[in-house]
Design a protein. Structure first.
Length: 732
């Protein structure tokens, strides 16, 4: 029950709950199960995690009394098919018991460690636990662990001192307790038939009956028949119980068949033949049942399972060896022993189309780390959601949701840039305990979020692992057809969002409004084929992929010319910024270079002219430098681009200064016309491209500059009119 929800118990264990000597109720706060018991004369409800912590606390006390020291750390084993919720619940129970979990290892892995030490190693030394292991030959072994609650099968590839799990199968609802339930139901019916009393309604009598059924099971492992007597089982009636091994095997025949089916499944998933299995290792008390040993021998062609390790103690022994390796209290050659576990099901994420993308495939050894590069589902997205699922279906919603990571505050780049959809790095990693952790990293800013997804894992019964895989195989064709339709619909939706974002960046006109109407019409057309995630008739609601593709092509014909013009306008603005930056740098250089040399040459002997320049200050000299630049770089294409871009905001100033230098203030009507054309005509000319207009005025501008230079650079002091033109041009 640990790590499960109450609804899961009702679905899978409803029949078994009738034979339990306690009641299970739902926790209103968490939805988990609670066990109702009598404790110290009072009725209490205890969670499975609390019961597990009580057991661990008692084990801690026993170990401390035996070792005469305080124990704070522990290595704990769990069934191989435990999901993340059950692993985390086990860790929490250990914390409640006052233990720090060094590592969680699976029971088959612990049995493999015990096998490596006991069969091929040496246990020696009078000072305590000093095991060692020699390099084992390359071979493939199977560990069959059938304990009280679960059945696990692991196939391991042995290479020297490395044990690598290559396949895994199991069922958490198939253990020795299930065998006990069969005997309890059998004898309860027999008691009711003989005495007319349903013993299952009396919890005390049911508890006593279960205890004696366990004793009968143990006896049948060594003798062909077993008997026992229960005094005053119910209402003062004594009950004599007797069962033969053949009857016992008949009652549990379907359980044995399920065990062999899981063994066959593990061999198949490992892509091996039965003859490739070098040895079968038995672990767990239930493997003492003769029938399961015979069935395993028959499955492997007469190869009997190995009984070289104690089935009840081998898991605990392997955990002790693992603890010794982690604390360093072990020989050097033993510390190199390594056991690698695998994931029972695939783990991945749901993409924007709803498809399940596998990041960690099934049977992947862990610890492991997988990284993928992703982007937002649409342009300008400011938050990135990363839902993580577990399962084998093609559609994410058909698999179990483990949790969702959310990275907010993204800063998308400008339209058309590579960062318009912010790149995000998605990381899933499983540590040596099998705990899953997810991380999202914004690659533009470096921000990240990290979370242990174990706390979000839904409670999934590992009994359904084989069913999930089989359903995935059967529904693969349907999933692919549905995926093709959904992908086509999503592509159309993404295109509409992208176009609308482009339109939002510019002022609307009649052409854009017409395109907006077409986009709205397409959205309404798609709504007729919309569906919810929980809708089971998606294939009937979705249209054929060609219909979506046809609608998208029609929209592209309408919107493509508009988008091209918007892109050209945006690229022109970018060129404008770059060119204006170049012009500013040229002006700064001219201030220190060209203007200084020109002033020193032309006016070196003219004291009045130098005084006038000093009085004009930075602004007057700056204007002189700019006019000089117009002459020096008039034949360079980069300067022409700068003039065109400056013209949008300061075109009338440039034109005014050129004409002022030519006419020396005598052509006031020309200056007025230039000012009127400044804001309206110059800006319109700049958007359409001023190659033609400015080409026609090139000669005029050059003439104006040359005339200005002649008037500025005339003889020393004899042309007062030319000297007066200089301050007039500055004021203009």
């Amino acid at each position: 029950m640990i790590g499960r929800c109450f609804d899961d118990l009702i679905v899978h264990w409803q029949k078994d709950m009738a034979t339990w000597p306690f009641k299970v109720i739902r926790c209103l706060e968490t939805g988990g199960p609670l066990v109702s018991v009598q404790c110290c004369g009072e009725k209490r409800t205890i969670s499975p995690e609390e019961i597990s912590s009580m057991l661990l606390r008692k084990m801690k006390e026993i170990a401390e009394a035996s070792l005469d020291c305080q124990i704070n750390n522990a290595v704990i084993t769990v069934p191989a098919t435990f999901n993340q919720s059950q692993k985390m619940a086990t860790k929490q129970a250990a914390v409640r018991a006052g233990l720090t979990v060094l590592r969680l290892i699976t029971e088959p892995s612990a049995a493999a460690i015990a096998y490596a030490v006991r069969v091929n190693g040496i246990s020696s030394g009078p000072l305590g636990f000093r095991p060692s292991v020699m390099d084992l030959p390359h071979r493939t072994v199977m560990v069959v662990d059938w304990g009280g609650g679960t059945f696990d099968v692991s196939i391991m590839r042995v290479n020297g001192d490395r044990y690598e799990v290559v396949a895994l199968a199991g069922d958490t609802h198939l253990g020795g307790e299930d065998v006990d339930d069969r005997l309890v139901r059998h004898f309860a019916r027999e008691f009711e038939f003989d005495h007319g009393i349903d013993v299952r309604q009396n919890q005390r009598a049911l508890r006593r009956l279960r205890y004696h059924c366990q004793e009968l099971k143990h006896q049948l492992s060594f003798s062909p028949c077993a008997t026992t007597q229960i005094d005053s089982l119910c209402d003062g009636i004594d009950f004599h119980m007797e069962v033969s091994r053949s009857r016992f095997e008949e009652l549990c025949a379907d359980l044995f068949a399920r065990c062999i089916k899981l063994v066959e499944k593990a061999v198949s998933e490992a892509k091996l033949d039965r003859a490739d299995i070098s040895e079968v290792i038995l672990a767990g008390g239930s493997t003492r049942i003769p029938m399961i040993q015979e069935m395993l021998a028959g499955f492997f062609g007469g190869k009997h399972p190995s009984k070289s390790i104690h089935p009840d103690e081998c898991v605990a022994y392997g955990a002790a060896v693992c603890a010794a390796m982690m604390t360093g209290d072990i020989r050097r050659e033993m510390s190199d022993l390594c056991v690698v576990d695998v994931t029972p099901l695939s783990i991945g994420f749901r993409n924007c189309r709803g498809r399940f993308v596998r990041m960690i495939p099934r049977n992947t050894p862990y610890p492991t780390k997988k990284v993928v590069q992703a982007r937002g589902g649409y342009d300008g997205q400011t938050a990135f959601a990363f839902p993580v699922h577990e399962g084998e279906r093609e559609w994410a919603k058909e698999n179990q949701l483990l949790g969702t990571l959310l990275l907010e505050g993204l800063q998308p780049g400008p339209p058309g840039s590579p960062t318009e959809r912010v790149p995000v790095q998605c990381i899933l990693e499983i540590d040596s305990d099998g705990i899953l952790t997810g991380t999202l990293v914004d690659q533009t800013t470096g921000r990240s979020v990290r979370s242990t997804l174990s706390s979000y894992w839904l409670n999934m019964s590992e009994k359904d692992v084989s069913r999930i895989v089989e359903e995935a195989k059967q529904s693969r064709a349907a999933d692919e057809a549905l995926l093709e339709r959904t992908t086509a619909k999503y592509d159309l939706m993404a295109y509409i969002q992208k176009v609308r974002r482009r339109f939002s960046l510019v002022a609307g006109n009649e052409e854009i409004r017409t395109a907006e109407l077409a986009l709205g019409s397409a959205e309404r057309w798609m709504e007729r084929g919309s569906f919810d995630e929980d809708d089971k008739n998606q294939e009937q609601l979705l249209l054929d992929p060609e219909e979506y593709n046809k609608k998208r092509r029609a929209l592209e014909e309408i919107c493509r010319p508009i988008i091209e013009r918007i892109r050209m306008l945006q690229s022109g603005e970018q060129r404008y910024r770059r060119a204006w930056k170049n012009v500013r740098s040229w002006l700064i250089e001219a201030w220190s270079g060209i203007a200084a040399r020109r002033v020193g040459t032309e006016f070196g002997k003219q004291a009045p002219g130098r005084d006038r320049i000093r009085q004009a200050g930075a602004g007057q000299a700056h204007n002189l430098a700019r006019r000089r630049l117009g002459t020096e770089f008039s034949k360079q294409a980069e300067c022409r681009h700068g003039i065109r871009q400056v013209c949008a905001g300061q075109g009338w100033n440039l034109a005014s200064r050129c004409h002022a230098g030519t006419e020396s203030g005598k052509q006031a009507p020309s200056r007025d016309r230039i000012r009127q054309a400044g804001d309206e005509q110059a800006q319109n000319l700049a958007r359409r491209g001023l190659d033609t207009e400015f080409g026609k005025q090139e000669e005029g501008r050059h003439g104006g500059r040359q005339a200005g230079r002649q008037k500025v650079g005339t003889e020393d002091g004899k042309q007062a009119k030319g000297r007066r033109a200089i301050p007039q041009a500055g004021r203009g």
